[in-house]
Design a protein around this ligand. Structure first.
Ligand SMILES: *Cc1c(COP(=O)(O)O)cnc(C)c1O
Length: 340
């Protein structure tokens, strides 16, 4: 099976498993797990922040960040298809009691002017706006990279208006690999950043939230409250640490494979895609005549798994488990599936 459903399907490599098997562990809730501590120190340094907190999932790091920056009744500004809003089970309302104000972006990207337009004066008729969230790269935006200059312009407005700025950086590694901008440079304008080890990097479990010592003290409290206190988590943290050290540069292979796939798909009658839109490892394309679900089913029978993400749109995500030879075979299989 050529599995392009997501970069979350990646499995630990033999070398990663060896690092996990040998990991020193302790009770992390007591702060005693040396491998978790090493991972948190490494991540904080890499992102240029004071402290990092290792948690079980990206949903948890994002939702802890929302809770850290807000009180019930506050307003959070998000892009209309942001993962935090779209794919996290309604958690902003359930766990933080916040209102979400949405900005319609262009493939997930919006401007400082868009933020200014939705801000309201300080008046007791309005909810208190506390937080702006960006996503880089943007999942439903097809892996689109948020331009650093626009992030900095948004950060200036947040500073003027006393708003906090959070980054959902589950795929920040992909943005860094594609642009050669460092993690620390991307993270600098933000108060908190959430990053993920189990997507393209290929670790089995986990995400981290980074920020100032003061904010991370509050984050640890909500992480425990939301059920994220783990014990001998060094076993999974070792996989994350291994992935950080060894799998970031190879993301460029995934990006090249995504381009090859997009160019191949472009040649097929009945498929709409512009390879120029593919900036990282996500390939979104449209089927003009047949439902996306039908094509996905036919492809499954031919040994290719990908996801229908709209009535006529499908998503393929290149990843560590798929070789360039396999990618080169996909357009022909899509064409055959379209004909059958
Ligand atoms: C995958 C993802 C997350 C976190 O997902 P979990 O499955 O909870 O780890 C957060 N944000 C984005 C943009 C993602 O793609």
């Amino acid at each position: 099976m050529i599995d392009l459903r997501s970069d979350t399907i990646t499995k630990p490599t033999p070398a990663m498993r060896e690092a996990m098997a040998k990991a020193e562990v302790g009770d992390d809730v007591f702060g005693d797990d040396p491998t978790v501590n090493a991972l948190e120190a490494y991540v904080a340094e890499l992102l240029g922040k004071e402290e990092a907190v290792y948690m079980p999932s990206g949903t948890m790091t994002n939702q802890v960040a929302l809770r850290v920056h807000t009180e019930p009744g506050d307003e959070v500004i998000l892009e209309s298809e942001a993962h935090i809003y779209y794919y996290e089970g309604g958690a902003p309302a359930a766990l933080s009691g916040v209102m979400c104000r949405l900005i319609k972006g262009n493939e997930g990207i919006f401007s400082a002017t868009d933020v200014e337009r939705v801000l309201r004066p300080d008046n007791y008729h309005f909810p208190k706006t506390k937080l702006v969230c960006l996503e880089n790269t943007h999942n439903r935006g097809g892996g689109r990279i948020f331009p650093l200059s626009e992030i900095e312009a948004i950060a200036r407005i947040c500073q003027e208006r006393n708003l906090k700025l959070h980054l959902d950086g589950a795929r920040l590694w992909n943005a860094c690999a594609a642009t050669s901008i460092s993690e620390a440079d991307y993270a600098k304008p933000f108060d908190t950043v959430s990053i993920c080890f189990s997507k393209g990097l290929g670790a089995p479990v986990g995400s981290a939230l980074v920020g100032s010592q003061e904010l991370m003290k509050r984050a640890r409290r909500f992480c425990k409250m939301f059920g994220g206190g783990m014990r001998q988590a060094g076993i999974i943290a070792a996989g994350a640490l291994y992935a950080l050290k060894h799998h970031r540069e190879r993301l460029l292979e995934d990006h090249l494979n995504a381009k090859i796939l997009a160019k191949g798909l472009q040649q097929i009658d009945g498929i709409a895609i512009d390879p120029e839109d593919v900036q990282t490892n996500i390939v979104i394309f449209q089927t003009k005549a047949i439902p996306a679900q039908t094509l996905a089913q036919k492809l499954q029978e031919k040994g290719v798994a990908l996801l229908a993400i709209g009535s006529h749109s499908l998503r393929a995500v290149t990843n560590l488990m798929v070789t360039q030879e396999q990618i080169q075979a996909v357009p022909e299989l899509v064409e055959a599936a379209m004909r059958s």
